[in-house]
Design a binder for this molecule. Structure first.
Ligand code: HEC
Length: 162
């Protein structure tokens, strides 16, 4: 009797361990890794695969980022807080609400983190300029922002799939 109980107990442990490992694996594949493929040849960046609609959304957002960066820089040069606030808000966290369905699910976790933190910095830039405008402070924040752009561009590229 005692033997059966301990055998059951052991197989429960094994099953629990297997199930935990399986879950870690599933979390890695579906949450951490996202929809990525090995990049070809000399390419060191990770390739994220996306349907055209998602790639279009991403790249349009990127072009918006560049525009906002220019506007923030112009606001710093001309000491125009309003321009900085508008540009920061335009590329801030509210953009995420307009993402196409299933968009976030396909992104690898570090990409998502960099993306969210980039939106956060845009929001921070708008907030500081609105609370207490200081051109040098805005410039510091802009520099932090640009480091995010660079970090992500060094790590990822996009490939459109059907
Ligand atoms: C989370 C990752 C990430 C961040 C952060 C990021 N980018 Fe990008 N960006 C990309 C990827 C990926 C591409 C596509 C590159 C490729 O496939 O060659 C891209 C492309 C672009 C393009 C080209 C758009 C087009 O139409 O082809 C511009 C411009 C751009 N980014 C600007 C920026 C600026 C400015 C910032 C910072 C404010 C920024 N990006 C931050 C990932 C990022």
């Amino acid at each position: 009797m005692g033997n059966i109980i301990s055998t059951n107990h052991n197989s429960m442990k094994i099953l629990t361990t297997l199930s935990i490992l399986l879950n870690i694996g599933l979390i890695y594949f579906f949450v951490f890794k996202g929809s990525t493929v090995h990049s070809q040849g000399q390419e060191t960046r990770t390739t994220i695969t996306m349907p055209k609609e998602h790639a279009d959304f991403t790249l349009a957002e990127m072009r918006g980022f560049l525009e906002s960066v220019q506007q923030i820089n112009e606001g710093i040069l001309t000491k125009n807080a309003k321009k900085i606030i508008a540009a920061g808000q335009k590329s801030g966290g509210s953009v995420i609400a307009h993402a196409p369905q299933g968009f976030l699910k396909r992104l690898p976790m570090p990409f998502k983190q960099l993306g969210f933190s980039t939106h956060d910095i845009f929001d921070e830039i708008a907030e500081s300029a609105s609370n207490n405008f200081d051109a040098q402070q805005s410039q510091k924040q802009l520099n932090k922002l640009l480091n995010n752009c660079i970090a992500c561009h060094q790590s990822y590229l996009i490939k459109v799939i059907k």
